[in-house]
Design a protein around this ligand. Structure first.
Ligand SMILES: Nc1ncnc2c1ncn2[C@@H]1O[C@H](COP(=O)(O)OP(=O)(O)OP(=O)(O)O)[C@@H](O)[C@H]1O
Ligand SMILES: O=C(O)c1ccc[n+]([C@@H]2O[C@H](COP(=O)([O-])O)[C@@H](O)[C@H]2O)c1
Length: 204
């Protein structure tokens, strides 16, 4: 039987409660069999690179998703290194899972930049975008993909918007709060909070 696989890429610098809620909402709404979490080495539009080390970001995602049998950690982008182009990752995954259906989970801010991603047209041949409206951002506008989708082609369902309460959590906010000695309790899972404090990550 073919599987429905969610792919959730991010810098996860660090992973926060918004990421977990988004992944779970997408899993439920789209009846996904699994959500594959893929920490990026360097996200192509964040060229300064992440602040925490690859190992720390990986470990925090590991802690965050532990206990959820639908969530899987996929280390391929960190192993590959350099710039993490999603089209490269999806080409590999689709070749490894012929016949399965892939859904790329992204926030509305990521969708807004989609025309600057590498090979967006080819990427849309490989996945359906599962978009989540981000709290504080303009209302999601899926028309950015229109230029890449031929209305006569079978792949018309390029985008699915996942309904869920708006969340304003962001990694930037978590990092800033830590740098200023503020509480991050309940903004990241307790195990991630303990890891950040124990290893003095993002703290001044
Ligand atoms: N609160 C949120 N609501 C909706 N989508 C989100 C939210 N937080 C993150 N995302 C999405 O999750 C994916 C991975 O996010 P990422 O790891 O870059 O964290 P971030 O919080 O966006 O980071 P930063 O604040 O440092 O830019 C992106 O597609 C992003 O749009
Ligand atoms: O492939 C691209 O060109 C591309 C451009 C921007 C972002 N992405 C991916 O989108 C995901 C979220 O990115 P970010 O910047 O919010 O961490 C992450 O997996 C990135 O690799 C991918």
């Amino acid at each position: 039987m073919s599987k429905r696989i969610g792919v959730f890429g991010g810098s996860f610098d660090p992973v926060h409660i918004g990421h977990l809620w988004i992944a779970e909402a997408a899993r439920e709404h789209l009846s996904l069999d699994e959500v594959r979490w893929i920490p990026a080495a360097t996200s192509p539009l964040k060229t300064n690179g992440p602040i925490a080390s690859d190992e720390d970001r990986l470990q925090m995602v590991r802690l965050a998703i532990s206990g959820n049998s639908h969530f899987v950690l996929d280390e391929r982008e960190l192993r590959r290194g350099e710039m993490s182009y999603t089209v490269d990752t999806m080409t590999e995954l689709v070749a490894e899972h012929p016949g399965d259906n892939f859904f790329l989970i992204i926030g509305s801010d990521s969708l807004e930049t989609f025309d600057r991603w590498r090979e967006p047209k080819r990427l849309l041949e490989l996945v359906t975008l599962a978009v989540i409206q981000r709290g504080g951002d303009p209302v999601v506008d899926v028309s950015v993909v229109d230029q890449y989708v031929d209305a006569n082609e079978p792949n018309q369902n390029a985008v699915s918007v996942v309904p869920m309460p708006l969340i304003q959590a962001s990694s930037t906010d978590v990092r800033n709060r830590l740098a200023n000695g503020k509480s991050i309790r309940y903004q990241v899972p307790a195990a991630v909070e303990a890891y950040l404090h124990a290893n003095k990550i993002y703290q001044r």
